[in-house]
Write a protein that binds this ligand. Structure first.
Ligand SMILES: [Zn+2]
Length: 139
C-alpha cells in the first residue's frame, strides 16, 4: 500500500515533532517518512491524532526513556486519542472538525463527492474528487 503525499507529509511532521522532543531521535528523512506513513496508514490514523500522540508519548512520565520511539509507540497513543474523541462525538452528536485531516474537511465541505471523496463519473465509473465544485471538473 502506497501512502498518499498528504500521509507522507503528516509522517514527516510527526518525525519533526519527535525530533524536537527527543534529542537522540534519528534525524528524519524522506525514506523514514514513507515507512512511518505506511505504518500509520495500517490504522487509518489522521494528522491531528498523530500530532497529539507525540505530545502524550513524550509527556508520559512512566515511559522507559531508554526506548527508542518507533511508529507503534505513536500509533498506540493516537488510537487511544481517536477512540476517546469518537466516544465524545457519539455522546455529543457533534463532529470535532479540528480533529479532521485537511482531506477529510475538504470532503465534508464538498457538495459533489461521497463521504470517501469519490464522484460518480457516469457509466458506472467513479473518479477521485478534487473538490473544485465544478461538475465534471475532476477529469
Ligand atoms: Zn469533493
Amino acid at each position: 500500500m502506497t501512502p498518499t503525499r498528504s500521509e507522507i507529509e503528516t509522517a514527516g511532521l510527526v518525525l519533526a515533532k519527535i525530533a524536537t522532543a527527543d534529542q537522540w531521535a534519528a534525524k528524519p528523512d524522506a525514506a523514514m517518512a514513507i515507512t512511518w506513513a505506511e505504518c500509520f496508514a495500517v490504522h487509518g490514523l489522521q494528522r491531528p491524532d498523530l500530532m497529539q500522540a507525540v505530545v502524550e508519548l513524550y509527556a508520559d512520565t512512566t515511559r522507559d526513556k531508554a526506548n527508542r520511539t518507533i511508529p507503534a509507540d505513536v500509533i498506540r497513543h493516537a488510537r487511544r486519542i481517536r477512540q476517546a474523541r469518537m466516544e465524545r462525538e457519539k455522546a455529543t452528536g457533534q463532529i470535532e472538525r479540528a480533529a479532521l485531516s485537511p482531506d477529510r474537511q475538504a470532503i465534508l465541505d464538498c457538495p459533489l463527492c461521497d463521504e470517501l471523496g469519490w464522484i460518480d463519473a457516469g457509466d458506472g465509473a467513479v473518479v477521485r474528487c478534487d473538490h473544485s465544485r465544478q461538475i465534471g471538473g475532476a477529469a
